[in-house]
Structure formats: C-alpha cells, structure tokens
Write a protein of this length. Structure first.
Length: 199
C-alpha cells in the first residue's frame, strides 16, 4: 500500500488517512450492532450485496492500487505537506459530518432501505441541510482522501462511489415516498439531496 509513491510524505499521509477510514468503519459497524431496532418493512438483499461489493472495490482502488496503470498514475494534485494536511482535514470533516448524521438518525439508521417499527421522518440536525448527509459526508471524505493520493485513479474511485450513492438514493427515496407520501414530497421540495442549496 502506497509503496509505489516516491515522495515519503505521500506515503505517510496515505497511511494516516487509511487509519482514519479503518477507525471510521470500526465505529460504523459497532454502532450498527448496538442500535438495531425492529424492522417493519425490508427490501431485497441483492442490492445490499451489490452496494457492498462496490464499496469494497472503491476502497481497494483507493488504498491498494494494483489496477492503476498508465495515465491513471498521473498526479493531478501536487504533493507536499500542506496538500496532505488539507486532504486529511477534509477527510476528517467529511467523516465527522457522516458520524453526526448517523448519531442523529439513531435507531432509524439502516444499511439498506428499510422502514423500522414506528419509523419517523427525521428533518433535524444535518437532515435540515441535506436529505442524505451520511452520503454527503462520506463523499466529502473520499474527496479528501483523493487529494492525499493525488492521482487520476483516485478520481475514478470517487466517481464510482458517487454513482453507487445516486443509485442508493433513488432506491431509498422510493421506499420513503411509499411510507411518508406527501410529507416526504415536501421534504424533497425544501431540502436538497447531497449539497445544500445545489443538488
């Protein structure tokens, strides 16, 4: 991992950002276990498996770049101490935003679209800013990680993750519209999906 980088600072920052992601996912899985709640309606498990495969592929691309060849290895972000620190700070800010949203959602969080018993539509905290703040935070963190890595293939990894999240958003919102009807329609009209006031 990161052994092909000539600049030692890139290797160090890459290792730091990798450790940040490991800590984040450990928290995520432990939190998912502790906040389980009864499910009223659940979707098929196949899309859940497919999304998991995409996430694993993206992380493999980001941190174990065996598939990166040719122009994909070209640097598009200059390396150096300042750039590495900015990338790490963006990664931390994005994951912090996702964790805030995850805590705020509480027992209503799930890995894939499902409706919990006595499910309520959450519109407070980060959900006042965007409808899918967890995805916003994780994508922001991916951007920070890509800055640390600085090569073309990191951008492709982000685009893959964005495509996966857009598909997941479409699927989730279909379920939420079926459950909450006009309440969710109003929410969609008032709050953007991923970037406040933009999209």
């Amino acid at each position: 991992m990161f052994n092909n980088y000539e600049n030692e600072s890139v290797q160090i920052f890459g290792l730091i950002v990798f450790c940040i992601w490991v800590i984040f996912w450990l928290y995520w899985f432990i939190s998912a276990w502790w906040t389980r709640s009864p499910v009223k309606r659940q979707q098929s498990s196949f899309p859940r498996f497919l999304f998991f495969i995409v996430v694993v592929m993206v992380f493999w691309m980001l941190f174990f770049d065996q598939f990166a060849v040719g122009f994909l290895l070209s640097r598009i972000v200059p390396d150096g101490m300042a750039v590495g620190l900015v990338g790490i700070l963006i990664t931390l800010a994005g994951l912090g935003f996702a964790v805030w949203a995850r805590i705020h959602l509480g027992k209503y969080w799930s890995y894939m679209p499902e409706i919990k018993v006595n499910h309520k539509l959450i519109r407070t905290g980060p959900y006042q800013l965007v409808r899918h703040p967890i995805y916003t935070g994780i994508l922001f963190a991916f951007a920070g990680t890509a800055i640390v890595i600085g090569e073309v293939w990191a951008l492709f990894a982000i685009l893959m993750m964005l495509a996966a999240f857009l598909g997941k958003i479409w699927w989730e919102e279909k379920v939420l519209l079926e459950e909450f009807g006009e309440e969710y329609v109003r929410y969609k009209e008032e709050v953007k999906a991923l970037i406040p006031f933009v999209v």
